[in-house]
Design a protein. Sequence first.
Length: 736
Amino acid sequence: MRRSFKFLLRATSKQAAALAQCVEEHRQLYNAALEHRRTAYARAGVSVRYADQSAELKHIRGDDPGGQGRWSFSSQQATLRRLDKAFRVFFDRVKAGRTPGYPRFKGRGWFDSVEWPKDGDGCRWDSQPEHPAATYVRLQGVGHVRVHQHRPVKGRVKTIVVKREGNRWYVVLSCDEVPAEPLPATGAVAGIDMGVAWLVTTSGGEHLANPGHLAATAERLATAQRDLARKKRGSKRRRKAVARVAALHGKVRRQRLDGAHKTALALIRNYDVIVHEDLRITNMTRSASGTIEAPGRNVAQKSGLNRSILDAGWGVFLTILAHKAESAGRELIAVNPAGTSRTCARCGHCAKENRVTQAEFICTACGHAAHADVNAAVNVLRAGLALRRAAQAAWREAAPFRERRSHEHVLAARPPPRPRQNPGHAAPGPHVHRRGGPLRRLRGHGLRQRRLPHRRPRLPHQAAAHLAGPLTARPGPWRVAPVRGRWGGSVPCARPKIGGMQLAPGVHVAITDRDGGVSAPPYGTRNLGGMVGDDPAAVRANREGVAAELGVRAIVFMRQVHSADVAYVSEPFGDDPPMLDGVFTTEPRLALASLGADCPAVLVADPVTRMIGAAHSGRPGTEAGIATALVEAMAAKGAEPGRMAALIGPGACGRCYEVPADLRDQVAAKVPATWSTTSWETPALDLRAGIESQLRAAGVPDVRHDARCTIESQELYSHRREHPGGRFAGLIWLDA
C-alpha cells in the first residue's frame, strides 16, 4: 500500500529562514514558468511544454547560483511538473465543458510546499541514523533538520514534501510497500448515518458524538477576526493578527482530524463490513442565497446548516475511514442515500411524513417508531448488503469469461511448440503450427466444446444503479440482507460446515450440502428427502449419518406440503410423518429439520425459554404465512418474539427465481417484499425478503440469512436446476 507519514520539523531559526527562502524561490520559478507559457502562446502561438522548460533549468541555475542554483534540481523539476499538471487538468475541464479555471500566478501565502520526488536526490530521510535519540532529514540548501518523529515509518520512502502551515513546518513522507495490518474478524456488519447532532449513528443504535470544534472556538475566532479587521493592510501588526487567526483555524482543523481518526478507528475495530452514504457534500453545502432575479429562501438557516456540516468534517472522516479500512482488511461500501431517512426500515413505506422531527421517526403505514438516524442507518445497511450481493453475483456470472481469459493468458505465456517438418516439404512459417496449436490446447482444457454465454454479465456498477437507486423505484421494502445478531454476530455467508454454528446461546443451526452421503446419482450423495425417488435405505443411512455427525439423539423430519400447519414435537414422527410445514420443541438434543431444494428453511429460537422451531417456507407457504404461524405457535407456548433469533436458509434468490408476472403480482399482493426482478429483468420472487418481512412483522428483531442461492450454488440441491434431485436440510437443535 501507499501511505503518507507527516511529522513536525524542529527547525532552528536559520533553518526556518532557509526553508522560507526555498519555498519563495520555488514560487518565483512557478510564476516565471507560467509567464513563459502565457507569453509564448500570446505572441507566437507556441505551446511550451514541461520538457522545454525543464531543459532551461540548467541555464537558469547557472545564471543565479545564489538563488535558484542553491536548491535541488529535482525539486525544481517537481515544481515545473506541478504547473504542467495544472495545465493538463485545465484542458481536461475545457474538453469536458466545465468551468475551465486557467492556472493562476501564486501569490505569497498561496504556495507553501516543495516536493523532492526521490529520497536521496537532493534530500535524505534519516540522514543521521547514528544519532541516539533524534531523527533528521537533510534538505539541499537547508541542512540537517530535526524531526519530531512520533511514530515509526513503514515501507520504503518514495517522495519527501516540506510544507508550511502557519508558523510551523512539516515533512510529509510518501511511502510505498507499506504492509497491511489486518485486524481479526468480528463477524459484525454496520450501516452508518452521518449527521450534525450526532457525527455517526450506527444501525445497532450506537451514537458517536459530534464535538463541534469550530462552534467551541467561535467566540475566540470572532474576537481575533474583529481585531484583524481593524489593522492597516501591509502593516506588521496586521501580519501578526493574520497569524493569530490562522493559528486558531489550524488548531480547529487538527482537532477535527484527531477526532475523525479516533472515531474511524473505533468503527474499524468493531465491524467487518461498514456501509455508509455516498454523500455529495459540495452540493449539500451550496449557498441558498440565489440571485437578484430569483432570491433564495431561508438563507440564514441554510447558512447555519452549511457551517454545521462543514464543522462536522464528513468528507475528512469518510476519507480516513476508507484508508483505515484498506489497511485493516475491512470492507467499506458506499450507497445512494436517496430516501434512506424517509423509508420505514420495517415495512419499506417511503413518505416525507414518516420523519416527524429531526430525531423521531414514526411510519404512517405500519406505525413503526424508532430514532430517525437509527432507522436511516438500517436502511443504509440493507442497501449496502444488497449491493454487495449483486457484486458477488456479477463476479460469479463473469467466471466463464475470467476462465477463458486465464487460459488465453496461459497460452500466450507458453512458447509455441516446434513444428514438425516432413521430408520434402518446406518448413512452415513461424506462426504456422501443423499440430499442437492453440486450438488443440484449448480442446484439452475443455473450452473447445463448451459455448460460453453470449449474454453480457451484469457488472457491479450496473447492479449498483439497479439496487441502490431511490427507494420508490420498487414497491415494497428493500431486499433484506444480514444484520448484526443480538447473540454474537451475523451468520457467515461462506459455505457453513455440517458441524453447525451458534444461532443463540445454547442453540445451534446447520445447513447440509450434497456431499458426504451414500445416495447414488442423480441424488448423490447426501440426499435427505424421503419422497423424491431415492433408495429409502440410502436416505435412512444419510439421515443417521447427519445425526451422528451433529451429535444429536434424533432428527424430526416432516412430510412437507406447503401449508401453514405447525405442531409441537417431543420425539421423531417415525416412518409416516404427518403433513406439516412447521414444528417446534423444547427437548434438548432433538434436532428439527426443514428439507428444501429451492425453498428456504426458517429456523427460530428463543434462548431464554429454550424453545426452537423449524419451518419449510416455499412460495405457497410464504404466501400462507408459515413463518408467522410458527412464531405465533411458539409465543402461545411461552416464547417471547422480542427475544427470538431467526435464520433464513439458502433458497432460490430474487435474481434467479423467475415466475410469470401474474404469479408475482399474486404473491406480492399478500407479501409485498417478495416482489423482485431477475438479473435479466424479468418477473421474479424474492422469498427470503418476504420471509424476513413476515418475521419482523411478528416481532422477531434478529433475522439472519445464509445468502447462498440454490440455483447458483452447485454444492446445494436445486429443483429448478436439476430434476430429479435430492434435498438438503436446515437443522436446529438445543444443546444438552
